[in-house]
Write a protein that binds this ligand. Structure first.
Ligand code: NAD
Length: 487
């Protein structure tokens, strides 16, 4: 099983290598096999990437928006045509099941590229009448934007950042997670093939120090990070020193509130997708499932029945629902949380172990896990686990559920399941989260803004809102009278 790229980095329109950079391996975590060996970017590679991006950005910003849109659409078409090949690579890189990657990764990138291509041509300012004078505004690109990715959705994260950035006339230097370095190189290749100028979208590899060097590079106008809250705090403060723009897509501990009157099967489906999809490695997962006491027992019983049908296995097998975690280290972390849950008095209602057998022996597999009788003060109800561990909590009243759902420093997402229309909107209105779902969960269509409040981040990806985070306003005041000067 090999997925060795031509070279580690894609800079100024071509693959480049610099063996002076720290060597690191990329593993397929279902088997533990090394699938590629790469080098982290040296300062020389970082400078080359930033300088080529700065050059390309000037040319790109001067390109008519309709032509920029054509390049994005061509990139979307190429990704769609190669979805199978790209999804297989994504499944090697992340060990997510092929049945997920075929629909949720490269194809989500396609949607972002198509949608932001459509936005590119409608970027416009406003005319502001001022009596005799007038002013007009121009929405300008920021310059070179740095994208830094997490390991759970490498292609999607790169496209969600690149599509609005490029649509607005920026260039991008992207650093994928060191755990999933492969997919974004393909995105860079495809942008070139689609007709983007060399240097418009570059990929440099490396660990946190490379991300930090990019965040403070003199040519960096903006940093968009998808990662954990502690990394976000570091990147935000590093960017602040240069007054750089930021978008922070960070972690969460999101609540799903299920009322007695909800469609119980839909609520269970939402809770399962919001905890077990991608083996639970999704930032917006609803890991605290608050169920009203009248349906709590029935909910738990059906949740367990349905969770038993999840097929854990080889991610490349089309029948597999759930693959392993991204690494042994991540599994050890999740196992530590499961132990904490048991130790602190939660009931281990399902799973909690490591599956055994020939398919599982060398991989970072873990069973889908359900804890019931969880209380708000337990570690598993407070900290982001980033694995397939669902915590079930019960509540009596609407006010109580809202207060407890909001009792977290995070604020990425929230869900409410009820058949009562007024209650659905009333509760969504009070939940402290950047995105709330009513009677569904974890849907992230490109048309709707996505992002967090509180410690889960700032700025928004997707939707028209994303365009504002990759552009800035210039006001031009036009004097039509004489200059009225007292001097
Ligand atoms: P992480 O914070 O460890 O790493 C994220 C990226 O930041 C990596 O590329 C890493 O190399 C880089 N990095 C680390 N230190 C840095 C520094 N000092 N300066 C610049 N870059 C640095 O996160 P992870 O473990 O890769 O991903 C999991 C986390 O990401 C979870 O908390 C999850 O909730 C979050 N996440 C959020 C979203 C979202 O859209 N809100 C989406 C996916 C994942």
């Amino acid at each position: 099983m090999q997925a060795q790229p031509t070279a580690s980095h894609f800079v100024d329109g071509a693959y480049i290598e610099d063996e002076a950079g720290q060597a690191f391996d990329s593993f397929h975590s279902a088997t533990g096999e090394v699938i590629a060996r790469l080098h982290a970017a040296t300062p020389a590679v970082i400078d080359k990437a930033m300088e080529s991006a700065a050059r390309a950005q000037v040319e790109w910003a001067a390109t008519p928006p309709a032509e920029r849109a054509r390049v994005l659409r061509r990139a979307a078409d190429l990704i769609r045509a190669r979805n199978e090949e790209l999804s297989r690579l994504e499944s090697l890189d992340t060990a997510k099941p092929i049945q997920e990657t075929l629909v949720a990764d490269a194809m989500s990138g396609v949607e972002a590229l198509e949608w932001f291509a459509a936005q590119a041509a409608s970027i416009a300012g406003e005319a502001v009448p001022l009596g005799t004078d007038f002013a007009y505004t121009v929405r300008e690109p920021l310059g070179v934007c740095v994208g830094i990715g997490a390991w759970n959705y490498p292609t999607q994260i790169a496209c969600w950042k690149a599509a609005p950035a490029l649509a607005c006339g920026n260039a991008m230097v992207f650093k994928p997670s060191e755990l999933t370095p492969l997919c974004t190189l393909k995105v860079a290749e495809i942008f070139m093939e689609a007709g983007a100028p060399a240097g418009l979208f570059n990929v440099v590899q490396g660990f946190g120090d490379v991300g930090a060097a990019l965040s403070t590079h003199p040519l960096t106008a903006k940093v968009s990070l998808t990662g954990s809250v502690p990394t976000g705090a570091k990147v935000y403060s590093a960017a602040a020193a240069g007054m750089r723009h930021v978008t922070m897509e960070l972690g969460g501990k999101s609540p799903i509130v299920v009322f007695d009157d909800a469609d119980i099967e839909d609520a269970i489906g939402g809770a399962m997708l919001g905890n077990f999809y991608s083996a639970g490695q999704i930032c917006s997962n609803g890991t605290r499932v608050f169920v009203q006491s009248g349906i709590r027992d029935r909910f738990l019983e059906r949740l367990i029945e349905r969770t038993k049908t999840i097929r854990v296995g080889d991610p490349l097998d089309p029948d597999t629902h759930m693959g392993p975690l991204i690494s042994e280290a991540q599994r050890a972390k999740v196992v530590g949380y499961i132990e904490a849950g048991t130790r602190e008095g939660a009931t281990l209602a399902y799973g909690g172990g490591l599956p055994s057998g020939p398919v599982f022996d060398k991989g970072a597999f873990i069973e889908p896990t359900i804890f019931s009788d969880v209380t708000d003060d337990m570690t598993i109800a407070r900290e982001e686990i980033f694995g397939p561990v669902l915590s079930l909590l019960s509540f009596e009243t609407e006010d109580e559920a809202i207060a407890r759902a909001n009792g977290t420093p995070f604020g990425l997402a929230a869900g409410v399941f009820t058949r009562d229309l007024a209650r659905g909107h009333r509760v969504a209105g009070q939940l402290q989260a950047g995105i709330c779902w009513i009677n569904t969960y974890n849907l992230t269509p490109v048309e709707a803004p996505f992002g967090g409040v509180k410690q889960s981040g700032l700025g928004r990806e997707n939707g028209r809102a994303a365009m504002e985070f990759y552009s800035q306003l210039k006001t031009v005041h036009v004097g039509l009278g004489r200059v009225d000067s007292p001097y």
